[in-house]
Write a protein that binds this ligand. Structure first.
Ligand code: NCD
Length: 328
């Protein structure tokens, strides 16, 4: 594996290797000194053409904890706002001698182009492209699920475990969600059964080819799937033409039919966890009591994201070899 562009590119063995490596990384993060010397002397560029809070900070923390130098580039305030192309930006970075690129871009396929156009010659990590893919989000979600499913809490999962037999329900704005796409593919690879729930207007065309079940009825789907994990998706209003864009009648109606509220929370199996990639619209796709309940893993997902991104950076930039002073 040279790049991480899509969750669909990962085999079962590769996915489990990343999750196991992330556990090894997590084990080092409780120490007083969290920094490992693994990527000392390497430079990672965070190339963010689209807004981000947690993903950018998480990649930055991950690279720094591996002792890489990090350059943060955001399109705002750069020559991109003067019309500079992705190609010229890439050639500039290559000329500066970088060792890896983390890219978030509003266009689906931009990371793939960066990896394969021949402009740069370093690993490319997709941190979210348009409505297409967000593989590290799917990996951190799988990491969080694997921990809870194998230990009943956010504690280290045994090496080699998959998500075989797990039932996961993903709810909401699937149409605009790279998180849903990436999760469906990775969860399928890891052996989980996935049910997607959304209003018909928020489902993409061509869903028949996705390896999951589809339902328009949240209560029926929760009763039938008996989920181990329920993942709520953000209603992505910035990708809709106007406030609701005609995708649903009103926020109240959306919440009533597709929101996770206290009543639905109480009907879930006792061990089921509640997930959300953030940022949340509280009161729309998830109520405050669901978001803040003891079953919510939303904050754990953020913490686990750093370990997962450390693992991916390590495997791609250090070649997976245990360099001197690497993870041990
Ligand atoms: C997601 C994203 O940007 O795709 N957020 C994230 O990375 N934490 C999901 C979202 O924006 O709704």
């Amino acid at each position: 594996m040279r790049h991480l562009l899509s969750a669909a590119d990962l085999s079962l063995d590769e996915a489990v290797l990343i999750l196991d490596t992330a556990e090894a990384m997590a084990a080092t993060q409780g120490r007083a000194i969290k920094k490992l010397p693994t990527l000392r002397g390497q430079t990672v560029v965070n190339l963010f053409f689209e807004d981000s809070t947690r993903t950018r900070i998480s990649f930055e923390a991950a690279a720094k904890r591996l002792s890489a130098d990090v350059i943060n580039f955001s399109a705002k305030g750069s020559s991109v706002s003067k019309g500079e192309s992705l190609k010229d930006t890439a050639l500039t970075l290559q000329a500066m001698g970088i060792d890896g690129v983390v890219i978030r871009h509003h266009d689906s396929g931009a990371p793939h182009r960066l990896a394969h156009a021949g402009w740069i010659d370093v690993p490319v990590l997709n941190a979210g492209d348009g409505t297409h893919q967000h593989p590290t989000q799917a990996l951190l979600d799988a990491f969080t699920m694997r921990r809870h499913l194998t230990t009943g809490q956010d504690a280290p999962a045994p090496d080699g475990s998959s998500l075989g037999g797990a039932s996961v329900v993903i709810v909401g704005d699937v149409l605009h969600s790279r998180v849903a796409r990436s999760n469906v593919q990775l969860l399928h690879t890891l052996g989980a059964t996935v049910t997607i729930v959304a209003p018909p207007t928020l489902l993409p065309v061509g869903m028949e080819s996705w390896p999951c079940r589809v339902s328009y009825d949240l209560d029926a789907a929760l009763a039938e799937a008996r989920p181990d994990a329920v993942m709520m998706l953000r209603v992505q209003r910035e990708r809709m033409s106007s406030a609701g864009g005609g995708f649903f009648p009103s926020p109240q109606e959306y919440h009533r039919r597709y929101g996770l509220d206290g009543a639905r929370l109480r009907r879930l199996p006792a061990h089921a966890i509640v997930m959300h990639p953030g940022p949340m619209n509280r009161g729309l796709e998830i109520s405050a009591d669901a978001a803040d309940s003891p079953r919510s893993t939303i904050v754990q997902q953020v913490a686990n994201g750093v370990s997962v991104r450390m693992a991916v950076l390590y495997l791609l930039l250090a070649g997976g070899e245990k360099t001197t002073g690497g993870i041990s």
